[in-house]
Design a protein around this ligand. Structure first.
Ligand code: NDP
Length: 676
């Protein structure tokens, strides 16, 4: 294969780095497969290009438009994925490993886009929580909102998932309306560059939305300011160095770090050697050690088992590891490929030596590796290494030193408290897993250990088949962790998008807030002239359009009829004496569902028209009981709208049911689908 010269993508153009280029060797053969460098780039101009050209173009689009773009980009990468698999094995990864990276990367674009489409508004501002009533007469209120940050997101990525690592950060950034400058790790930059090229060649991104640096970031960080975000994945030491950069401190640049962590997996105290959980635990430890040759930020580094099961666990894990075939990852019968580079292999060996002393190697030899494949002799292969530490309470290194390869340490715990303490000794991790069939143990582990982990996967015989496993970050779940894991959070559905936005509390009158938020706010003015709001098509319906109905009196006969018809004979509606004894009711009262039904009867405009369907109620509250003789009326107001497709859109209606004394009987949001 000829050597590829990687190109940067800066100021809308592909540019080869000037000066000395760095050679990137194949993890498998050791031969140079790419050359790369970023010499000659004007990093300041790149940040300005992103802020001046990319940012405004993205911010012109609504969340829906950005989500549609991200989805189309994910599909574009999916369509060309075989080009990426052709490079994948040079990183040392098997096809199965590559699936996590390549299909996983494109899938993350689709996952984040789909969550955003469902949960974000057809707008450029996100509302955060309800309107806060901060004045007595309701003329001054507040609403928290998120708006896009006006800077550039700098993504500094790790070598282990060149495609996924880039795409999992880009998806939320683009949906947030922020441009990005991506800097992949050099060791696998050829794969990241190929995937990035697909994003550009899809022709869907506005100018300046993304740029790429395949080499050193030079003085890039010097040019960052308080509107920018740095999102970093890699080692704890680089993270500390970058966080302490003068510009990052001076400008309070938001810094999201996801770094190596000593993730633990715990076999629950309820497990026995014969329990399904024991076998599931063993399988997961082996999988996490060997997938990607253990180069996963989420991999299990510490495997905790009840002291009585230490020997059995060691034997079972070792037997499974012995079956792992190691070698050229492009060969079909190879289960585990190479580490990314010789230097990574040296690093793993060094880290294993740091663990030996506190722990003993019980499987594998970091110095040798028996491999399959002619080409594999020059590769960065290392055998899986299982260590055993019998005194983990006294040990230090096993809880602190991460060997970023196929390495894990087995350790015993005496009782539940000991298990939790040991688990938390990692000082903060991306994920822990627990193998238990006891729901109470699960609850206790989460209560006592949750603060130390970004994710807790609890796996047992009921969930194992469908479980996504210990090590898989998912687009809808938070990825990140406290302390040692970097203290950052990525992904988590729409939560991930908000990392690239600013939350602001906006205060003002109802009228002002309604205009700012594009949604009707309680006490803002309404328009209640005919025709009925159900007569308007989605596009014509104005926010604030209202109908106030005539009153309807609820009789005792209505209540009894409703009880008989529905079968809901609850005493509060049917037994005067029992109802009076209830502190909430003055006597027999109308069913809440009767009130809802009567409300619909009052506000519905029955003729066929643009309202296609009622698809639910949100935030329903019954506030004042309705007694026989009370007269209820309804105010229905168009609160907000969200276009779903070219045929229909969702309308949210504020509904207020009041009685003859103007007391609120019920409030809720009604959701309808309206024809465009
Ligand atoms: P590094 O922390 O060295 O590198 C991570 C990223 O930071 C790379 O893109 C790297 O670029 C970049 N970088 C390094 N120094 C600077 C700098 N001064 N300014 C700007 N960018 C910089 O991690 P490695 O990739 O070398 O891996 C080392 C260890 O990190 C592993 O052994 C493992 O323990 C941990 N790790 C954790 C991961 C996780 O997902 N949590 C993933 C990968 C590694 P370049 O490659 O060009 O140096």
């Amino acid at each position: 294969m000829s050597v590829i010269t990687l190109k940067n993508y800066a100021l809308g153009e592909w540019k080869e780095g000037k000066g000395n280029l760095v050679s990137i060797p194949s993890a498998v053969t050791g031969e140079t497969i790419a050359k790369t460098g970023s010499g000659g780039l004007d990093f300041n101009a790149m940040t300005e290009y992103a802020r001046d050209i990319g940012g405004p173009a993205l911010r012109k689009m609504t969340f829906m438009e950005r989500a549609a773009m991200v989805k189309a980009l994910g599909l574009a990468v999916m369509e060309r994925k075989e080009e990426l698999y052709a490079l994948n094995h040079h990183t040392g990864a098997t096809r199965k490993d590559g699936w996590i990276d390549i299909d996983g990367g494109a899938g993350t674009f689709l996952g984040v886009a789909s969550k955003s489409k469902r949960e974000l508004p057809d707008d450029t501002i996100i509302l955060d929580g309800p309107v806060e009533q901060i004045s007595k007469n309701g003329t001054f209120m507040a609403q928290h909102v998120y708006t896009s940050r006006r800077g550039v997101a700098v993504h500094i990525n790790a070598f282990n998932f060149p495609v996924w690592g880039m795409m999992e950060k880009l998806a939320p950034t683009l949906i947030a309306g922020m441009p990005a400058i991506v800097k992949p790790a050099t060791a696998t930059a050829y794969l990241a560059e190929a995937a990035f090229r697909m994003l550009i060649e899809a022709g869907l991104l506005p100018d300046g939305a993304v740029q790429l640096i395949v080499g050193s970031t030079g003085d890039l960080l010097d040019h960052l300011n308080g509107q920018d975000v740095v999102s970093f994945t890699g080692s704890a030491s680089t993270a500390s160095k970058l966080k302490a950069h003068p510009a990052i401190i001076r400008e309070s640049v938001r810094f999201v770090a996801e770094q190596d962590s000593l993730n633990a997996s715990m076999l629950g105290p309820d497990a026995t050697e014969d329990s399904p959980e024991f076998e599931l635990f063993v399988k997961e430890v082996v999988r996490e050690m060997t997938v990607k040759a253990g180069q996963k930020c989420t991999a299990i580094r510490r495997a905790l088992v009840p002291a009585t099961l230490m020997d059995a666990a060691e034997k079972a894990i070792s037997e499974k590891l012995a079956k792992t075939t190691l070698g050229d990852p492009s060969l079909e019968d190879v289960r585990m490929g190479a580490l990314v580079s010789q230097s990574q292999r040296d690093d793993v060996r060094e880290k294993v030596s740091a663990l030996v002393g506190e722990a003993t190697i019980v499987f594998g030899d970091p110095a040798t590796a028996s491999i399959i494949g002619d080409d594999a002799q020059q590769g960065a292969f290392v055998s899986p290494v299982l260590l055993r530490c019998d005194s983990p309470r006294e040990a230090k290194a096993v809880h602190e030193v991460e060997a970023f390869g196929p390495v894990s340490t087995l350790m015993p715990y005496a009782d539940f408290e000991d298990a939790v303490n040991l688990c938390n000794r990692g000082g903060g991790s991306l994920v822990m897993s627990l193998f238990t069939y006891d729901p109470l143990i699960a609850r206790e582990v989460v209560a006592n250990s949750g603060a130390f982990h970004g994710r807790i996967a609890i796996i047992n015989r009921d969930s194992a088949k469908e479980s996504t496993g210990h090590g898989s970050p998912l687009p809808m779940l938070v990825h990140g962790g406290p302390g040692r894991a970097g203290g950052g959070e990525e992904l988590g559905g729409v939560r991930g998008v908000k990392h690239y936005m600013q939350r602001t509390a906006v205060q003002g009158s109802p009228e002002i807030l309604a205009s700012v938020t594009n949604s009707w706010v309680k006490d803002a003015s309404v328009e209640d002239k005919a025709p009925h709001p159900f007569r308007y098509k989605f596009g014509e319906l104005e926010i604030g359009k209202t109908i106030v109905t005539e009153p309807r009196t609820i009789s005792l006969h209505d209540i009894e009829h409703f009880a008989d018809f529905t079968g809901d004979n609850f005493y509060a509606h049917m037994d005067e004496e029992a109802a009076q004894a209830n502190p909430f009711f003055p006597g027999r009262v109308a069913h809440g569902y009767l009130i809802l039904s009567f409300a619909a009867g009052l506000f519905v405009d029955p003729a066929p028209g643009p309202v296609l369907a009622n698809y639910g109620l949100d935030e329903l509250r019954f506030l004042t009981p309705a007694s026989p003789g009370d007269a209820i009326k309804v105010r229905l107001t168009a609160k907000s709208k969200k276009k779903r497709n070219d045929e229909y859109g969702e309308v949210r209606w504020d509904v207020l049911v009041t009685n003859q004394n103007d007391e609120a009987v019920a409030t809720y949001t009604l959701l309808t689908m309206n024809a465009i």
